[in-house]
Write a protein that binds this ligand. Structure first.
Ligand code: HEC
Length: 153
């Protein structure tokens, strides 16, 4: 059943209003990577805790693999906390269910990893690793985005 024009207009305007609010909040945070990871934004992401999807795509040639990229990246930047072998204080508070020891674990969490640590045309997400830990370069974050977009082969 079609809705009356005035109700439709009201809905459209209130959606535009919340987009405008997000835009303002993002401007205020442009020094820490734009919109990625700011708490104010979380309500706009119904199911995602981290930042914004990077929009990275899988390159048609020389795609990154676990062997030439992913395994070392995770080892260098993530596994000190996100590993079943890291227990107690070693996890630094990393959620017990969020480990990246196996490619299967990575593959079921592609979207989360992308929105927390990867870079691409849509966003650079720097929520992970935590700021007091060694940080991947922009290039490494971009390659992470591509590797995830390929399905973490
Ligand atoms: C120093 C320990 C540490 C390191 C290193 C680390 N993390 Fe985390 N990670 C945490 C903690 C603590 C949390 C929970 C707090 C939060 O979500 O901000 C977390 C949460 C996450 C989450 C969100 C899980 C959820 O509940 O949705 C993801 C995804 C994640 N980390 C990915 C990564 C990736 C990818 C790397 C490597 C690039 C990494 N982390 C490196 C400590 C760490």
């Amino acid at each position: 059943m079609p809705q009356s024009p005035s109700i439709m207009t009201f809905r459209v305007l209130s959606r535009l209003g919340s987009f405008a609010l997000v835009a303002v909040l993002c401007l205020g945070h442009s020094d820490d990577g734009g919109c990625g990871g700011s708490d104010e934004q979380e309500e706009e992401h119904e199911h995602e805790h981290g930042g914004t999807a990077t929009g990275a795509t899988c390159p048609t040639s020389n795609a990154p693999t676990a062997q030439n990229f992913g395994t070392a990246f995770l080892q260098d930047y993530c596994l000190s906390c996100h590993s079943a072998s890291a227990t107690g204080v070693a996890r630094q508070g990393a959620p017990l269910a969020v480990n990246f020891d196996t490619l299967d674990e990575v593959r079921t969490q592609i979207e989360r990893i992308d929105t927390h640590a990867a870079a691409g045309p849509g966003a650079t997400n720097t929520e992970m690793p935590p700021a007091n830990r060694p940080q991947p370069t922009q290039q490494e974050r971009a390659t992470l985005g591509q590797w995830l977009a390929c399905g973490a082969p």
